[in-house]
Ligand binder design. Structure first.
Ligand SMILES: [Zn+2]
Length: 355
């Protein structure tokens, strides 16, 4: 398939941003990758995951404790995804490639394929953000209409009510269906999948078996089928909801746009401006939100500089915001989480009403 091209700005805004952000790292003499702050957080999250898993599976707490621990486990899994896997997949976790690979493969242990994520997220989503038919993040099958270019079905009239339930299913859908669909069709949406080496095939299946053992076979063996099923559903529903919401708040809100290529297959804006128009930040002043979502509340900075670790986003956001103001380029931001959620619901309601 012919992918659309982004025009070059005059002077390219990308050059302005790169120079200013580059100057910040030169002045402060910091690496663009993670540092002790990120490694401490990663250690805490992995430890929390292991402690919860071991307690739930091998020490079988009372049912009410078990439910509570499964809820916390859902949050811990999401946080590992945001903070360790996501930075690792972009190569920003560490300046050592093997550490990034290990961080990226936490996803495979948790059930999703690191190979598919690299294709879907790091390549397609980050290049063609919010472009209908290319950005796979907009594709929720027939269940949800996330952009005005998608076909409207009758049930979409109620999507601003039932989307919560659909988001809760994301994790299950991901590990049980969408990875396999990509694997067997060799496609992500309409885009062909990057060629898989023999090692990619082996790793894909090896980690699917590891995940099945960790999340189904061992727990069923230890606690029995019904308690496992309840715990598994609670954990995956919480994980699915948290993961979906955080990723959707960045691109499918009222202020973000959904540009299409023109008849000559050219996009209207240069790539960095396209990213600024299609992406939004939220709750950037909240240290707790920032810590938990791995800087994904600074999605503008992430989309402009995906190779820079999220621990630097609060600092470089000031530089980017200032440059956008000087050049009259939009910088989307919602001060609080509830405002971003309200905007996402309004966006879904708007798409439920228009044809
Ligand atoms: Zn990313």
């Amino acid at each position: 398939m012919q992918t659309p091209k982004f025009p070059k700005g005059k002077p390219p805004f990308s050059v302005v941003l790169k120079e200013r952000v580059g100057a910040y790292f030169a002045e402060t003499q910091q690496k663009i990758t993670g540092d002790h702050r990120l490694y401490w957080k990663a250690a805490i999250l992995v430890l929390a995951f292991v402690a919860l898993y071991v307690h739930l599976v091998f020490f079988t707490p009372a049912w009410y404790w078990a439910i509570l621990e499964c809820i916390v486990l859902g949050f811990a899994i999401s946080a590992i995804g945001f903070n360790i896997m996501h930075d690792g997949s972009h190569g920003s976790f560490s300046n050592r490639p093997w550490v990034n690979t290990a961080a990226a493969f936490t996803l495979s242990v948790l059930g999703g394929s690191a190979f598919m994520w690299n294709n879907k997220h790091c390549i397609i989503h980050h290049t063609y953000t919010n472009v209908h038919d290319l950005d796979d993040d907009l594709d929720a099958g027939i269940f949800l209409r996330l952009s005005e270019h998608q076909k409207k079905y009758k049930m979409h009239s109620f999507q601003h009510y039932y989307f919560w339930f659909m988001y809760m299913q994301l994790y299950l859908f991901w590990i049980l269906f969408s990875d396999y669909k990509k694997y067997f069709t060799r496609k992500i949406g309409d885009m062909p999948l990057k060629k898989m080496s023999v090692m990619d095939h082996i790793l894909f299946w090896k980690f699917k078996v590891i995940n099945l053992s960790l999340f189904a076979i061992i727990p069923i063996w230890m606690v029995g089928f019904t308690p496992w099923l309840i715990g598994f559903l609670v954990t995956t529903q919480i994980g699915g909801l948290v993961l979906s919401l955080v990723f959707q708040l960045a691109h499918t809100v009222e202020d973000t746009t959904f540009p299409l290529p023109d008849d000559a297959n050219k996009m209207e804006d240069e790539w960095v401006v396209h990213q600024l128009k299609t992406t939004a930040n939220f709750a950037t002043k909240s240290k707790i939100v920032c810590w938990f979502v791995g800087g994904l509340n600074f999605q503008v900075e992430h989309h402009l500089f995906p190779k820079i670790s999220h621990i630097h986003y609060p600092a470089i956001s000031k530089i980017i915001k200032q440059a956008c103001a000087e050049y009259g380029i939009v910088y989307n931001e919602y001060p609080r989480v509830y405002q971003a959620v309200a905007s996402h619901v309004s966006h879904l309601r708007h798409l439920a009403k228009i044809s």
